[in-house]
Design a protein around this ligand. Sequence first.
Ligand code: HEM
Ligand SMILES: *[C@@H]1O[C@H](CO)[C@@H](O)[C@H](O)[C@H]1NC(C)=O
Ligand SMILES: *[C@@H]1O[C@H](CO)[C@@H](O)[C@H](O)[C@H]1NC(C)=O
Ligand SMILES: *[C@@H]1O[C@H](CO)[C@@H](O)[C@H](O)[C@H]1NC(C)=O
Ligand SMILES: *[C@@H]1O[C@H](CO)[C@@H](O)[C@H](O)[C@H]1NC(C)=O
Ligand SMILES: *[C@@H]1O[C@H](CO)[C@@H](O)[C@H](O)[C@H]1NC(C)=O
Ligand SMILES: *[C@@H]1O[C@H](CO)[C@@H](O)[C@H](O)[C@H]1NC(C)=O
Ligand SMILES: *[C@@H]1O[C@H](CO)[C@@H](O)[C@H](O)[C@H]1NC(C)=O
Ligand SMILES: *[C@@H]1O[C@H](CO)[C@@H](O)[C@H](O)[C@H]1NC(C)=O
Ligand SMILES: *[C@@H]1O[C@H](CO)[C@@H](O)[C@H](O)[C@H]1NC(C)=O
Ligand SMILES: *[C@@H]1O[C@H](CO)[C@@H](O)[C@H](O)[C@H]1NC(C)=O
Ligand SMILES: *[C@@H]1O[C@H](CO)[C@@H](O)[C@H](O)[C@H]1NC(C)=O
Ligand SMILES: *[C@@H]1O[C@H](CO)[C@@H](O)[C@H](O)[C@H]1NC(C)=O
Length: 346
Amino acid sequence: MGAVWGTIFVVLAAISVTHAQLSPTFYDETCPNVTDIVSGVIQNASQSDPRIGASLIRLHFHDCFVQGCDASLLLNDSATIVSEQQALGNNNSIRGLDVVNNIKSALESSCPNTVSCADILAIAAQSSVVLAGGPSWTVQLGRRDSLTANLTLANLNLPGPNSTLETLKDRFSVQGLNATDLVALSGAHTFGRAQCSTFVNRLYNFSGDGNPDSTLNTTYLATLRQICPQNAGGTNLTNLDLTTADTFDKNYYSNLQLQNGLLFSDQVLFSTSGADTIAIVNNFSSNQTAFFEAFAASMIKMGNINPLTGTQGEIRTQCNAVNGASGLIMGGVASAKSQDASVSSI
Ligand code: HEM
Ligand SMILES: *[C@@H]1O[C@H](CO)[C@@H](O)[C@H](O)[C@H]1NC(C)=O
Ligand SMILES: *[C@@H]1O[C@H](CO)[C@@H](O)[C@H](O)[C@H]1NC(C)=O
Ligand SMILES: *[C@@H]1O[C@H](CO)[C@@H](O)[C@H](O)[C@H]1NC(C)=O
Ligand SMILES: *[C@@H]1O[C@H](CO)[C@@H](O)[C@H](O)[C@H]1NC(C)=O
Ligand SMILES: *[C@@H]1O[C@H](CO)[C@@H](O)[C@H](O)[C@H]1NC(C)=O
Ligand SMILES: *[C@@H]1O[C@H](CO)[C@@H](O)[C@H](O)[C@H]1NC(C)=O
Ligand SMILES: *[C@@H]1O[C@H](CO)[C@@H](O)[C@H](O)[C@H]1NC(C)=O
Ligand SMILES: *[C@@H]1O[C@H](CO)[C@@H](O)[C@H](O)[C@H]1NC(C)=O
Ligand SMILES: *[C@@H]1O[C@H](CO)[C@@H](O)[C@H](O)[C@H]1NC(C)=O
Ligand SMILES: *[C@@H]1O[C@H](CO)[C@@H](O)[C@H](O)[C@H]1NC(C)=O
Ligand SMILES: *[C@@H]1O[C@H](CO)[C@@H](O)[C@H](O)[C@H]1NC(C)=O
Ligand SMILES: *[C@@H]1O[C@H](CO)[C@@H](O)[C@H](O)[C@H]1NC(C)=O
């Protein structure tokens, strides 16, 4: 009998994991105005910071690629947490954490202890794209917040700006994302900025032969050299999209066709000979509807990466810390609770 019950338990447990699903109506009863509240704070912030939407969508990406979309990125260093915010792609680079905290405060006023920080990042990403003129999509909701972060994993999983196409594909495929997703999601570089340090290697002595990257447009090269001197100005900023800096449109792809991709990791999507990504770039460059549809589908796919659901994790009251994090004892209680949670979710 014990074995039979054991088997049934395992089967039920497997079903509950497979069926732990997100839903667009998750907050319909508990926080019906959640999307407007998130969007309102972002609109207000964008008055003084036109870059904020770009910074926010990037937070969702960097969250989802490290142990799933669980707001692990937002956790500060503490007695129990080694923050992901110091990872190579994050340190002195991610922005918008203060705006996320403002969103969280606004939500705690309207619907206390209800909306997870992981869902805030997913909604903020969509609102930011819409506000910049891009496509809308139905955001899946019901993610819960992690009790852990993983700096090591952040350094392993986040792609770097000097990545080859092969590396980019590998990093995406680990997350269940394919070449279409890679090309579509890279289209987020249609807005926002990058620091000189992330591409200056292309401008002067790219592969140690004294020449710039041959896949960089020479006119653009001259412009970029003005902004980024060889041995200074690493934190100087330039637009990721040289044509329409703050608008979410298909110009990222037409830039690539003219060798006007800013990052090496952008240009490889078009300039790697024989690559399957070239046809996808050409498609999106000639058809904004195709890009917008693919982008929306890939954002949903990215947002579905390994969420905590049901009673896993928690709803943080502050996005930068686990609940009751003021001492190690509470940290221990919290993790014991999370293990119970996955059993009782059957
Ligand atoms: C394909 C691999 C990717 C690489 C190697 C990459 C790399 C980078 C780098 C180096 C920057 C500039 C950071 C800085 O200068 O501090 C940047 C900015 C940005 N990235 Fe990516 N990225 C990738 C994919 C994505 C994806 C999938 C998204 C979102 C869906 C995204 C959204 C953004 C945005 C919006 C910015 C501008 C942020 C701002 O202005 O604050 N990136 N990315
Ligand atoms: C929802 O939030 C927005 C922005 O804060 C506000 O303008 C609107 O009145 C709110 N609607 C409801 C029903 O609370
Ligand atoms: C609006 O933005 C300003 C700064 O840009 C900030 O001080 C203020 O708190 C924001 N208000 C709301 C309601 O988010
Ligand atoms: C992050 O950047 C700061 C400078 O702002 C630096 O002191 C620190 O060493 C960096 N951390 C890592 C892990 O590289
Ligand atoms: C962090 O990720 C690394 C690499 O996958 C893994 O080896 C390690 O066990 C993780 N650490 C924690 C605390 O989960
Ligand atoms: C990527 O996956 C999507 C479904 O998520 C599919 O429609 C698309 O054809 C795939 N692309 C490639 C290159 O396999
Ligand atoms: C960037 O990548 C290129 C080609 O893959 C390589 O030749 C170069 O050394 C790399 N540069 C840096 C700074 O990693
Ligand atoms: C380019 O870099 C290589 C090795 O990194 C170095 O040997 C060479 O002197 C540099 N050339 C110039 C022109 O800076
Ligand atoms: C970039 O930084 C350098 C040195 O820090 C500075 O001299 C230069 O004027 C800056 N250029 C731009 C366009 O900001
Ligand atoms: C370089 O960019 C300019 C526009 O910025 C474009 O007219 C030119 O054709 C591009 N050159 C190449 C080789 O694509
Ligand atoms: C553009 O893409 C959309 C969506 O994939 C498609 O329905 C439409 O036929 C395409 N238009 C052209 C001119 O190819
Ligand atoms: C262009 O992209 C759209 C959206 O991913 C896809 O439906 C369509 O089949 C693609 N068209 C071509 C010619 O590749
Ligand atoms: C997290 O760190 C930020 C920046 O250092 C700080 O402003 C914020 O108050 C911290 N939050 C918590 C809960 O410790």
